[in-house]
Structure formats: structure tokens, C-alpha cells
Design a protein around this ligand. Sequence first.
Ligand SMILES: C[S@@+](CC[C@H](N)C(=O)[O-])C[C@H]1O[C@@H](n2cnc3c(N)ncnc32)[C@H](O)[C@@H]1O
Length: 296
Amino acid sequence: LTDRLVVAYRCDVAKKSAKKGKAPPSGASTRGKATMAALADSRDLYEKSVQRPNDEVEFVASTFAKLRKRPAQTLREDFSGTAAFSRTWVAGGRDRKAFAIDLDNDALDWCQEKMAARPKQERDRLRCIAGDVTESVCEAPVDVAVAFNFSYWIFKSRATLLKYFKRVHASLRDDGLFFLDIWGGPGVQDPDEDEHEEDGYDWRWQWEAYNPLNSEIRCHIHFAFPDGSAISPAYTYDWRMWTIAELRDIAIEAGFRNLRCFDEELDDDGEETGRRIEIHELSGYETWWLYLVVER
Ligand SMILES: C[S@@+](CC[C@H](N)C(=O)[O-])C[C@H]1O[C@@H](n2cnc3c(N)ncnc32)[C@H](O)[C@@H]1O
């Protein structure tokens, strides 16, 4: 799952390779036969399309080691869904443990099914917790907490986001780090979409409507197949887009020390190098996607 495109990225670079097009007919079928859409596992497609856990685990582990001068071992993956990050985390070292937290029991069951094929000592180091990340569902102090693919945007009020950040703060060790990602830029305000070709299917990331009066946005992920069938939309998100300045204020109020921004380094041709560097300013992009590292 390395090298997969993520949900959102710097359009200036990525749009060069993105193909735009109309949505395939939703629910199209081929007479009598089960369509490719009907046979597809949308969780599997989601992981293959918008997640890159190998890359993210490497970033989290190396950033923690650099900032804290010790390896990170324990992880809390919030809004884990199928817990792709946690599965990769525990596979990466015998000292690593993970707690994957999500409200969705079905997604956690799907994770357990995937884990069934893994060695027992690896399975024992991943615990799936069905619960609300704003509540005290995971008391074990951890080195690292992650909340990826903008999942915390589900919280639309400052009070709820602050409650969540306080919960993460309380669950981290004294030198713990909290990793988030964020998408933004003027381009998110105009409805648009990017289409990506994968092996055996295409997927589109659509941002359908942004409301500047409350910073809310509605986005979708669609999958389309060579037989004309589609899962459209496969996933819909109804979010509030928080700004980095707002997140920094909330993090400080929750007890964190600071919030750092990391961007993918580009080479001279504007291609992504896979290396992430801390940045202190950003300009010139229609849309951007960054990692945030919040220090306890
Ligand atoms: C966009 S998915 C993120 C999946 C994965 N973390 C990723 O990076 O792609 C958002 C997930 O958050 C979960 N979720 C929403 N509100 C939650 C809450 N209050 N507590 C725990 N999980 C929640 C949903 O069930 C869903 O699986």
C-alpha cells in the first residue's frame, strides 16, 4: 500500500496526472451477472486508494525518534476505521503496541479478519476498541496518537474539538506526540474533483460544496469499474474545515506545548520526494495537504 495517492494532496503537482471526467452511472449493471461494483469490497478499495500506512508509519516513527531521542512503541489510532495504520504499526516491531479506536464495529471486525492471517504475537499487540474518541475509552498512556484523513473534522464545534484534544493530551505520555493531517487552500472553496486510475478500478475525490459562513464542506469518494458499474458515492463526509491557527489555539488550550507543520519536500521538477520537512510558511498552492505534529 505504499506509494498510493492520498485523499488530498497538492493539486498543483497532482492535477498533472489526475484525469477529470464525468461520474460513471451509479449502479450500472451487466445483464444478470453481478457487477464488479457488487463484488467489490469498498473498505479494501478505500485502503488501496486513500491510505498509505507504510509511508505514514515511517513518518511518525522517524519524527518521534528525532524529536524525542527514543523510539515510539505505543500508539493510539483515533477514528481508525479498518485500522490500517495500527496493523502496519504492530507489524513493524515486536515492542510496538496499538489501540485502534472507532465507533464503527463493522470496520473493526473487518480489521480483525485481516489480522487473523497475521502471527499471534502480532495480533496480541493490536487492540480494537469500539468507542467514542472523546470519551475515556483507552486509558493506557501512549507515545503517539494519530488522527488521519481529516477525521477530526467530524467535530464542528470548538467545545467538542477541545474536549477531544484534551482527551488525547491525557492519554499521551509526558513526551508524547499527536499527529494529524489537514487539507486546505483557496481551491477547496470551489466544487471540484480529482480522478485517479488504479489497477482494476478508478476512484474520484469530490469536494461538492463549501460554505464560507461556517467552513463546512461536503466531500465524497466514488469508485468506478471497467464494466461500467460504480459505487457512487462510496463514502460521504460532512465536515468542518478547521484552520491551522484554530487548531494551534485549541491544542495550546488543551495543554499541548506547540503545533508544528510538515510538508512533503519537492524536487526541482516539482515532484514529491517522499521526505517530509518542517515548514513555517506556505504559499502559491490552490490546495495543500500537510501533517501536523502536536507536542505534549
Ligand atoms: C474518514 S474515516 C477515517 C479512517 C482512517 N483513519 C483513515 O485515515 O482513512 C472516519 C472514521 O471515524 C469514525 N468516527 C467518527 N466519529 C467518531 C468518534 N466520535 N469516535 C470514534 N470514531 C469516530 C467513523 O466511524 C469512521 O470510521
